[in-house]
Design a protein around this ligand. Structure first.
Ligand SMILES: Nc1ncnc2c1ncn2[C@@H]1O[C@H](COP(=O)(O)OP(=O)(O)OP(=O)(O)O)[C@@H](O)[C@H]1O
Length: 303
């Protein structure tokens, strides 16, 4: 069995004279969460449609869960949870009717599972789809992708239209899927959304992959601001020369500093005193990522 859940080689898709993909090499390992980032028009949706055989490649190779989607697309779709970027459905049905129908197409999903997911996302299943707001329709899209616990989730801009509270619930759902051994491939414009869940992030620009990074490694290189509250006053001089530590200020028993890279030296020095609390903000990896790789030709990635 192939170790990868998704692999593409030299994948090209041209739309008349405009180019969607210009030779995409992509590999998503089984069990990982992979964030697929890129600016508008980079080719994210084109890639996802090719993975699901919704469109056909001009050239190149695609394998999803050991299957060529062009040959075995129908069987594959039962094993995959797919949320389209432009998720649209017939509006006359209620959310419950639609989800039950889609569940049956995928071999049957217990009603309790649908109710559980709807409760989580605070969706009223008895409303007709056409009466739902954009955000509530997006919830229906998220539920139909997750409800049959597929081996692989392919999600195109999954949190668009969801409010911040529900975005956090979505993050929790992705983490649980990963813990359960499912693979998640999700596209986004925004690093901050992907960095909370992804093991790796790939950046696509103008139809090809620019770079792939492990989020943990990005995090290690990131700059963050740290605040340590000690039981007793400390001297700034003791911390100022530590590797990665700069901009040290001490006010009484509180130390603030900038930390570049690993926290190890700082934590070990702090441990020589009684530490009451330690605060470290989660770094935003976006600036770091694009700072390293995109430089002056940086794609604009919307915040
Ligand atoms: N049906 C189509 N006909 C012609 N050109 C298309 C078609 N679909 C996509 N393209 C072009 O292919 C390129 C990639 O588009 P795609 O929708 O895959 O990008 P994307 O990264 O998903 O962007 P967005 O974030 O805006 O959805 C763009 O230049 C787009 O104009």
């Amino acid at each position: 069995m192939d170790e990868s859940a998704i692999s593409t080689e030299a994948l090209v898709k041209t739309y008349g004279r405009s180019r969607g993909l210009t030779g995409l090499d992509l590999r998503v390992e089984r069990g990982e969460v992979y964030g697929f980032l890129g600016p508008n028009g980079a080719g994210k949706s084109t890639t996802i449609r090719l993975l699901l055989d919704l469109i056909r490649p001009t050239s190149g190779r695609v394998t999803v869960l050991d299957v060529d989607p062009r040959r075995d697309g129908v069987a594959l779709r039962r094993r995959v949870g797919y949320l389209a970027g432009d998720f649209t459905v017939d509006g006359r049905q209620t959310a419950r009717e639609l989800l039950t129908y889609l569940g049956n197409l995928r071999g049957g999903v217990p009603a309790a599972r649908i109710t559980e997911l709807a409760d989580r996302l605070d969706l009223d299943l008895n409303r007709r789809i056409r009466a739902l707001s954009k955000g509530n329709r997006q919830k229906v899209g998220v539920i139909q992708a997750f409800m049959h616990t597929p081996e692989l989730l392919i999600l195109d801009e999954p949190t668009s239209g969801l409010d911040p509270f529900l975005q956090q619930e979505f993050v929790a759902m992705v983490r649980q899927a990963r813990t359960a051994g499912q693979t998640v491939f999700m596209s986004s414009h925004v690093m901050s959304e992907v960095q909370q869940t992804a093991d790796r992030v790939g950046i696509i620009r103008e139809g090809r992959m620019v770079t792939v990074e492990r989020v943990e490694e990005l995090r290690e290189r990131a700059v963050r601001h740290v605040e340590i509250h000690f039981a007793d006053p400390v001297a700034a001089g003791e911390f100022a020369a530590l590797p990665g530590v700069s901009e040290v200020t001490v006010t009484g028993s509180t130390l603030r500093c900038r930390l570049d890279g690993r926290a190890d030296a700082l934590v070990k020095a702090a441990a020589g005193h009684t530490v009451v609390s330690l605060l470290s903000e989660e770094p935003d990896l976006e600036e770091l990522f694009f700072g390293y790789y995109a430089r002056e030709e940086a794609p604009h990635v919307a915040a």
